[in-house]
Design a protein around this ligand. Sequence first.
Ligand code: XIL
Length: 378
Amino acid sequence: MKHLAIIALVLSSFVAQAQEIPVFSRKTPTLKELVPFRLGVAVSTPQVEALGSGSRKEKLIARHFNQVVAENCMKSFALQPREGEFHFDEADKFVDWARANNLAVVGHVLVWHSQLPVWFAKNADGSLCSRETLLARMENHIKTVVAHFKGRVYAWDVVNEAIEADGSYRRNDFFKILGEEYIDAAFKFANEADPDIQLWYNDYGNESAAKNATIAALVRRLKDSGLRIDGVGLQTHVRIDEPSVDAYEDAIKTISAEGVKLAITELDVSVLPAAWNLSAEISSRAAYDAKFNPWPEGRLPDDVNGRLGERYRELFLLFRRYSSIIERVTFWGLSDGDSWLNDFPMAGRTDYPLLFDRSLRLKPWARRALAGQKLRDR
Ligand code: XIL
């Protein structure tokens, strides 16, 4: 009886397989072959340091993706920690490795209020610097950095996170000193540094219609003043249950109506209970609390993993529908073990937001989700 049951089970699974469209029958495709846009991944500083060692992570990145971005090592605190002192070694190693492996490089980021070295917008006594000083520092940073990577980086995030969820401009030091025109200045300097690279504005929280309206107005204003902006990045640090795909579709429509390309620049899907209200503002912090860390052992229950796959599938169905506008989709990390979400906004949690698990195994639903195909029952 037992044998018969096993044979029946095996036979029925053959029948089930035979009825499926044999999409992957010839050879198992790499992830980048499954999508109609560039597929990217952020590379962490420890990963950059290990590049060239032939590690499994390095091989996975080169095999499955065709675009990379540095998770940290091209931010201003890393490139110019003290005024006039540029450190390019790590970023050069990253960019050269990427190019040797046919991975297009996006530069992240020229002007951002976070991970900004203290000297940038301040005087020695800690007060805000003058307009002239800030403009000169921005010009020097942007032009030195962009020129350094000329011909090796195809697009730069020129300004990151300038707008709040309510649609107002963030009162960061740049804004306090220069008003919203700091953004114009940044785009002007970047264009002067290299008219051939793509210039992007990048932000999170695109479920907010108010924020998207301001982003659209910003694009219009820059263009009306004769400045060049090529694209807007939607970071897309989202959760398993929110925001809705419809809200994201609205963002895509509102912003692309201004005649810019879009990119999904920092995709990850947190499965953990919300310890804060969706913001990706990196200064938000919460004290550790075990009730926000339900699966600390590194194994996600099958039903939650299945829902995560469904969520990714829905998102990719949306991105695929807009593939004439969306030029790339970039994951904010390779594997769950690499994700910044394990420590944000609460340190010490175990999140499962990416395509590869902690043992670097591709999640069982990953290929189908990216291809927008129905997931197999688990
Ligand atoms: C994050 C990195 O992933 C972390 O390692 C770092 O400690 C803080 O910054 N929005 C951005 C990214 O534009 O640069 C941030 O990256 C995540 C939110």
